[in-house]
Design a protein around this ligand. Structure first.
Ligand SMILES: NC(=O)c1ccc[n+]([C@@H]2O[C@H](COP(=O)([O-])OP(=O)(O)OC[C@H]3O[C@@H](n4cnc5c(N)ncnc54)[C@H](OP(=O)(O)O)[C@@H]3O)[C@@H](O)[C@H]2O)c1
Length: 255
């Protein structure tokens, strides 16, 4: 289904990025799996069957992002799918501050990865996706941005995160509107509580139980449940639904 597609996944060393890479590779895509550490990228790529290439990428480094994109386009000839998944590591100190206590540096740290990272990677990828139109492949590209339900519904904690992820939804809408005629599609995925190292593994048993009770299905989501949706959205099956936010939270925030 994604045969001959070149896909870039940021933050692919673990959690959702790893699972999304796995699902893309399973459907035949060549997946560029990125991490800030080459050793972690290597390790993750080696654990997936299919065509995977590890790469080092820090999404906060604007120059590095541009060079990375050029390198991928040069090596693989085209760029078809971009998954902006990298997220600032969960930091209780920042998360538990009330809105009025959030320091500007806290906001900047989260925005630099989640929002500006998505902005940098998308800006760098789009010129290559536009070129795909004139190629014999006749394709544009697909950009999938990972936001989160607090970006839509707000939350009682983690204001920098909600702010950054709201901006991510705006990026998706701009790309869909501005480049639809170039066959570049964009989507936001907004997961709820999905069990990864950053969430489930870092919580106490009480916190885990409370989080599970927040949705109508009364359970945590599995990373695979986000990854299979990401891989489906990347395919032509979802073409006419471009620009939209897909909430994956067991039935809590409903659009
Ligand atoms: N899990 C959930 O419940 C949930 C819910 C809603 C939304 N999300 C979103 O889904 C995404 C993945 O979440 P997750 O739970 O899988 O998180 P995670 O386990 O913390 O993974 C985050 C990934 O981002 C990478 N990363 C961090 N800073 C980076 C930077 N400056 N440049 C490049 N990569 C960077 C990390 O890779 P390295 O450390 O190897 O560089 C890691 O692979 C995030 O955007 C998160 O906000 C998650």
């Amino acid at each position: 289904m994604l045969k001959d597609k070149i896909a870039i996944v940021t933050g692919a060393s673990r959690g959702l990025g790893f699972e999304i890479s796995k699902q893309l590779a399973k459907r035949g895509a060549t997946v560029i799996m990125c991490s800030r550490s080459m050793a972690r990228a290597d390790n993750s790529a080696s654990r997936i069957e299919g065509k995977t290439y590890p790469e080092r990428l820090d999404v906060t480094n604007a120059q590095g992002v541009a060079e990375f994109m050029r390198l991928v386009a040069e090596r693989h000839k085209h760029i078809d799918i971009l998954i902006n998944n990298a997220g600032y590591p969960f930091d209780r100190m920042i998360w538990n501050k009330s809105f009025h206590e959030v320091a500007e540096e806290d906001l900047e740290k989260v925005i630099n990865v989640d929002l500006k990272g998505t902005f940098r990677l998308s800006q760098a990828a789009i010129p290559f996706m536009i070129k795909n139109v004139s190629s014999s492949r006749g394709a544009g590209g697909v950009i999938i941005n990972i936001a989160s339900t607090p970006a839509i519904a707000g939350h009682m904690a983690g204001a920098p995160y909600s702010i950054a992820k709201s901006g991510v939804i705006a990026i998706t809408k701009h790309i869909a509107l501005e480049y639809g005629d170039k066959n570049i599609r964009a989507y936001t995925l907004a997961p709820g509580n999905i069990s990864t190292e950053a969430t489930f593994a870092s919580m106490t048993i009480t916190e885990r139980k409370k989080a599970a009770m927040e949705n109508s299905m009364k359970r945590w989501g599995d990373p695979r449940e986000v990854a299979t949706i990401a891989a489906s959205v990347a395919s032509e099956d979802f073409a006419f639904a471009t620009g939209n936010t897909i909430v994956i939270d067991g039935g809590t925030v409903m659009l």
